[in-house]
Design a protein around this ligand. Structure first.
Ligand code: ZN
Length: 158
């Protein structure tokens, strides 16, 4: 269990495409646990491996429902439905928020922490988080998708 350093907006690693995980071994499990700890430490709803400097297709999500945190290794979006306009932020862009359009419903196929394939269907915030985090694995950031003029910079609380 460890909190890892989150890479911030100007870090080039956030623009790189991540590699597929070949084997879900102890090293990947440790990465997943550290990512969950880091996400919780920063009150995030999702974190992708490149945000902690690792170019592997690993995502964790926690929308604080009864089933999370979700671990998505090699996630592949297999279905998207509808649209939602949402307020969004990112742990790599502290204090910045903007409106983006995300699918209203997303179905993703991925491996879990034991390397077993499963499907996850999300609506609302979960759909938003899946879409946002899978984008990270392809070097796509939420600032690429913002509705013009909606960016807000919030003064951090002391
Ligand atoms: Zn993000």
């Amino acid at each position: 269990m460890a909190i890892r350093k989150v890479r911030l907006e100007d870090d080039e690693i956030l623009r790189k495409k991540c590699r597929t995980v070949e084997v879900v071994d102890e090293k990947i499990k440790e990465l997943v646990q550290d990512m969950i700890d880091t996400m919780h430490d920063q009150d995030g709803v999702g974190l992708a491996a490149p945000q902690v400097g690792i170019l592997k297709r690993v995502v964790v999500i926690d929308v604080y429902d009864d089933n999370g945190p979700y671990v998505l290794i090699n996630p592949e979006i297999i279905k998207e439905k509808g649209e939602q306009e949402v307020d969004e932020g990112c742990l790599s862009f502290p204090n910045k928020f903007a409106k983006v359009i995300r699918p209203a419903e997303v179905t993703v196929k991925a491996l879990d922490i034991n390397g077993k394939e499963y499907k996850l269907k999300g609506k609302g915030l979960l759909a938003q988080a899946i879409s946002h985090e899978v984008d990270h694995l392809n070097g796509i950031l939420f600032v690429d998708k913002i509705i013009p003029g909606t960016m807000e910079v919030v003064t951090p609380k002391k």
